[in-house]
Design a protein around this ligand. Structure first.
Ligand SMILES: Cc1ncc(COP(=O)(O)O)c(C=O)c1O
Length: 281
């Protein structure tokens, strides 16, 4: 809302976390969605954004490690995004919520790219790394004028974060190095368990470089992922999020969450596999 207005366009990835749409709707701007396709490793194709849209764009959202697909960014993508932002006068907001939940290597930061601070910011919430969902504690780093606008918006809307939560956040950031690694290792083990089980039964599943999600492609015989997720819940008592809840581009997929313990997760995945198999025959 601080960066877009009814004359402008905001570029968003799809599929994506639902939160971006809400801010865009409240600002009155138009949303233009950048499809993230499996064949492009779920990275946006910047070349595909029409000049007429670039001319009106005020802001671009990106999010890696990516909810819901678990895809990771490359520094090369961020280098190209910085250039794109500078060339077209578009502010970039990289949502780095899952910065710490990256498995094979440290997730690259948008701010590591040269001149990134001239065009954008990176935002981070403590809710993932420190299991502080609902505590409303987050911060942004990067371009000074964007931060100034954000600060004015926050001060005049939500007013700021309760002092106790600020103290807890400071403590978490200063001291929880060991626990952060433990959390990452826990999610990695659960990710491997889920992927192994699904692949053993020849289901197509993304490798998830980070986040606590796994993105599963449904067999083609399932034409409505929302209906499937509902019937899976009612009949097999397994809760997943249908891919189309993250936008049309998510149609035909399921997002599996890794936040249950390994035994619960394995049992749920086995039930899912049994349920899915009937759609293969
Ligand atoms: C990509 C992404 N960004 C932002 C958030 C918001 O996090 P919170 O509202 O807990 O700070 C989430 C939460 O699910 C998310 O997945």
């Amino acid at each position: 809302m601080a960066l877009a207005d009814p004359e402008g366009v905001v570029l968003t990835p799809t599929p994506a976390f639902f939160g971006y749409h809400i801010g865009i709707t409240m600002s009155g701007a138009e949303e233009w969605q950048m499809p993230l396709l499996e064949k492009n490793n779920y990275l946006p194709d910047l070349e595909n954004i029409p000049q007429t849209i670039r001319d009106r764009s005020q802001l671009m959202f990106l999010n890696y490690p990516h909810n819901p697909t678990g895809a990771g960014a490359t520094q090369d993508l961020f280098d190209r995004v910085v250039q794109f932002g500078l060339d077209n006068h578009i502010a970039i907001v990289h949502d780095f919520s899952y910065a710490d939940i990256s498995f094979e290597h440290q997730a690259p930061s948008f701010l590591q790219s040269k001149r990134a601070k001239e065009t954008g910011i990176e935002i981070y919430t403590l809710s993932k790394t420190f299991n502080m969902a609902g505590w409303r504690s987050a911060f942004a780093v990067g371009n000074a004028s964007i931060i100034k606008l954000l600060k004015a918006y926050i001060q005049n809307s939500v007013g700021g974060t309760f002092g106790v939560v600020q103290d807890a956040s400071e403590y978490a950031l200063d001291t929880q190095i060991k626990e952060r690694k433990q959390l990452r290792d826990t999610y990695l083990e659960r990710r491997n368990t889920v992927i192994q089980l699904l692949e053993a039964h020849h289901f197509s599943v993304s490798q998830s470089s980070g986040t606590f999600f796994v993105w599963l492609q449904l067999p083609e015989t399932i034409t409505d992922d929302k209906q499937f997720a509902k019937s899976l819940l009612n009949n097999a008592h397994v809760a997943v999020v249908p891919g189309s809840a993250f936008g049309e581009a998510g149609q035909g997929y399921l997002r599996i969450s890794l936040v249950a313990d390994k035994a619960t997760l394995s049992s749920g995945i086995n039930q899912l596999i049994t349920y899915l198999k009937q759609y293969r025959e």
